[in-house]
Write a new protein. Structure first.
Length: 64
């Protein structure tokens, strides 16, 4: 589904919430999808890319 409904932003916000919890093991990566050219590929889904860029605007960081 090529719609920007905010699920990517919500996923990154949840990871940030988790990482903000004291003493929680840090999550350093959220992999949306790695493979190309199959029915789940996101390489040509511009709206999903837009949602991803919006998530990046938050500049989430893990604790050090």
């Amino acid at each position: 589904m090529n719609k920007d409904v905010g699920w990517v932003q919500a996923a990154y916000a949840e990871i940030h919430r988790w990482n903000s919890t004291p003493h929680a093991q840090q999550i350093h990566c959220l992999l949306l999808y790695r493979w190309t050219s199959d029915e789940w590929a996101i390489e040509h889904l511009g709206e999903i890319h837009k949602d991803f860029r919006k998530a990046l605007d938050h500049d989430y960081r893990w604790r050090r």
